[in-house]
Write a protein that binds this ligand. Structure first.
Ligand code: FMN
Length: 327
């Protein structure tokens, strides 16, 4: 069954705002949205490329996945049952998702909670408060995605955290010295937020000068702790690793959908989180994780979760009008 109901101006606004607030690599917001009657089409914007950070576009696909999760939640709180089709048209490579409204639905509590967390979610790159995340909450986070082909694991043992710390330290050392990479990152980092009018880019004020892993993006000035101190610090946080069964564009989109559901669940629970793909852009870090942790899937991203120690500002966004494509 396919509904053909036209979206009202208010509904368009709800859906566009949900999409625009999704997290994206370097806050590029690499998507656009078309809202034909009874459907929502999410397109990837390949013009927003990051040749050094993301040459293969995997982070762009993950970012589109986070936007799809928000879009679907928006449609559900508007009372629509949704049917999601990913990469539905081989002739239109930039069409990442078609979400069709296929009838009415009363949104579940989970839908409402996650939707309401969209506006409160932000990347939390500071040290967390001392209180650790309860086992009960970790269980909820691990169960949150419900996305085919995506698995989330919590890294807890000393051996796992030592392996991760060693690889993060290695990645940071390499990336700090990579000039082309650092130039691109600087271009996408907002220094003076008042003068920034484009609504894109990583808010410089949210990147700390503290040593890893709190600085979510390694810059030339990021201090490196020794791996033992780093493993110790990671042990005080909840570190989640998202794995996919394959390593295709479809897997990357699915990883993004799963990530956003987990992140929104964390926010609803009163927790804060930040995600990292930066170290995983080095293939030796990816393969190192697979080998040392004995993983049965492809590692796509890391997420740190904890209790917030204080507020963090919301990062900028493009206007909703820039997001919407004319039909
Ligand atoms: C695919 C992807 C990769 C990301 N990688 C990193 C990362 O390595 N380090 C980091 O600090 N933030 C990372 N982020 C978070 C973005 O920088 C953040 O979502 C964006 O700046 C918008 O800010 P907000 O999350 O506070 O809304 C990533 C986000 C996505 C979707």
């Amino acid at each position: 069954m396919k509904a053909t109901q036209e979206w009202t101006a208010g509904e368009i606004d709800v859906l566009a705002r949900a999409v625009v607030r999704a997290p994206s690599v370097h806050n590029t917001q690499p998507w656009s949205l078309e809202l034909p009657d009874g459907e929502a089409l999410l397109f990837e914007r390949t013009d927003l490329a990051l040749p050094y950070h993301d040459p293969l576009g995997r982070d762009r696909a993950i970012s589109c996945g986070t936007a799809i999760a928000n879009l679907e939640l928006g449609m559900r709180v508007l009372g629509r049952r949704t049917s999601l089709s990913l990469l539905p048209d081989p002739e239109r490579r930039d069409l990442i998702a078609r979400v069709s409204a296929v009838g009415g639905l009363v949104p579940t509590d989970t839908d409402l909670h996650r939707y309401s967390a969209i506006a409160r979610r932000r990347s939390y790159r500071q040290p967390f408060a001392k209180q650790s995340v309860s086992d009960y909450d970790v269980k909820d986070l691990l169960a949150a995605p419900g996305t085919d082909g995506v698995q989330v694991v919590a890294l807890r043992t000393e051996a796992e955290l030592a392996a991760l710390a060693g690889l993060l330290d290695y990645a940071a050392t390499v990336l700090r010295q990579d000039r082309g990479y650092q130039r691109e990152l600087a271009l996408w980092t907002i220094r003076d937020e008042r003068s920034h009018r484009h609504g894109v880019g990583v808010a410089g004020g949210t990147l700390t000068q503290t040593p890893l892993p709190w600085a979510g993006l390694v810059r030339p000035s990021t201090p490196l702790p020794d791996p033992v101190a780093l493993a110790d610090r990671l042990a005080g946080e909840t570190v989640l690793l998202f794995l996919t069964s394959g390593d295709t564009r479809l897997d990357h989109v699915r990883a993004g959908i799963a990530t956003e559901h987990t992140w929104l669940t964390a926010v609803h629970t009163g927790l804060a989180a930040a995600m990292q793909t930066q170290p995983l852009h080095l293939s030796e870090v990816r393969s190192g994780l697979i080998e040392r942790l004995g993983l049965s899937g492809y590692p796509q991203l890391l997420m740190r979760v904890g209790h917030p120690a204080g507020p963090v500002p919301q990062s900028p966004r493009r206007s909703v009008n820039e997001l919407l494509r004319p039909e």
